[in-house]
Design a binder for this molecule. Structure first.
Ligand SMILES: Nc1ncnc2c1ncn2[C@@H]1O[C@H](COP(=O)(O)OP(=O)(O)OP(=O)(O)O)[C@@H](O)[C@H]1O
Length: 323
């Protein structure tokens, strides 16, 4: 059973079409990035999943339950960190967590949650009105974690966090996923998405543009990655025969390997080591997720559904988009 399944979801607000025939499957235990430009329909999708908004057509299920019939049970097993969450200014952080734990009926303590999100115990007893933006965000994340949910819905979880807070958030997301929690990660912050997500969906104008791993998205637009190696000697090994290597050029103790498939980088290094070539230094570059996102959302790429396309086919149809 998938964690989230969305079938033909359409939502209209009057004449405004927020979602149009959205199909989506999120597997259990995966960290699933949900991307799209402003107004693409991300919040509407989340609101349908949590039954805050009813679809015009189509259906969705969460943890095997229909979002309409099972909304209470779904909310009991889902931790939500929503953008601009309302906190009670007069209550302390600890009180917020006690309430969240009460609602969640869990066995954890506020202290344990505070520690997980890196909120100081002394700050837990201050009223939230005195919190900085980042402290509020950490508290909201702790509230989402209360009750050991099976699904975490995180909307812009890095908003307002300092670099340490961002690292804590990323580690929490990965460790939750390792324990089997599904994480639905909606964000415009592509660095965070790239750091934590197993797969991403890109939405545009209420329609699904693509679903794939980040490497798969790069591959689909024909984006190439490069591997730069400093070698002790000119290599004897022929790297151009490696699956996924497009080109390999050696000049002045530097080898540049251009890869159509990012996984070919590791294969190229392996081939050199097998040939007893001494590798002195390694560096690599790949097309930023920001460029991948722009390519998918500025209308240059036709709609591609993951299940319709084999990697070769995808590459063939879309290669050259990035030049
Ligand atoms: N309650 C509403 N009434 C009318 N239109 C709405 C309503 N909620 C959303 N919409 C419209 O639906 C579309 C999708 O909005 P949604 O908030 O889901 O986008 P989003 O991807 O979350 O955007 P953002 O990244 O800006 O948060 C937009 O055109 C928006 O104007």
């Amino acid at each position: 059973m998938s964690a989230i399944q969305v079938d033909g979801l359409t939502k209209r607000f009057g004449d405004e079409v927020a979602l149009e025939g959205l199909d989506l499957v999120v597997e259990r235990g995966e960290v699933f990035g949900f991307l799209g430009p402003n107004g693409a329909g991300k919040s509407t999708t989340i609101n349908v999943l949590l039954d805050f908004v009813r679809p015009t057509a189509g259906s969705a299920s969460v943890l095997g339950m229909d979002t309409r019939a099972g909304s209470e049970a779904i909310r009991a097993r889902t931790g939500v960190l929503a953008e601009g969450i309302d906190l009670y200014e007069r209550l302390t952080g600890r009180r917020h967590l006690e309430l969240a734990l009460g609602w969640a009926d869990g066995e954890e303590t506020p202290g344990g949650l505070l520690e997980r999100v890196g909120l100081a115990v002394a700050d837990a007893d201050r009223s939230v009105g005195e919190y900085s933006t980042g402290m509020k965000q950490r508290l909201a994340l702790a509230m989402a974690l209360a009750g050991d949910p099976d699904l975490l819905v995180l909307d812009e979880p890095a908003a307002g966090l300092d670099p340490n807070g961002i690292r804590t958030m990323r580690e929490l997301v990965r460790s939750e996923a390792e324990q089997g929690t599904t994480v639905f990660f909606s964000s415009h912050d592509l660095d965070q998405v790239e750091a934590v997500c197993d797969r991403v969906a890109i939405l545009n104008d209420g329609k699904l543009i693509t679903v794939d791993t980040i490497d798969g998205l790069r591959e689909a637009i024909g984006a190439r990655s490069e591997l730069y190696l400093r070698l002790a000697d000119e290599p004897d090994a022929d790297l151009s025969t490696i699956d996924g290597v497009a080109d390999a050029e050696y000049d002045d103790d530097r080898l540049v390997v251009t890869c159509a498939d990012p996984r070919a980088k590791a294969r190229a290094i392996g081939r050199l080591l097998d040939a007893d070539v001494e590798v002195l230094d390694v560096d690599a570059s790949s097309v930023a997720l920001e460029d991948v996102f722009a390519t998918y959302t500025d209308g240059e790429v036709d709609i591609v559904r993951e299940e319709e396309t084999a990697a070769d086919d995808r590459h063939g149809r879309l290669s050259g988009v990035l030049g």
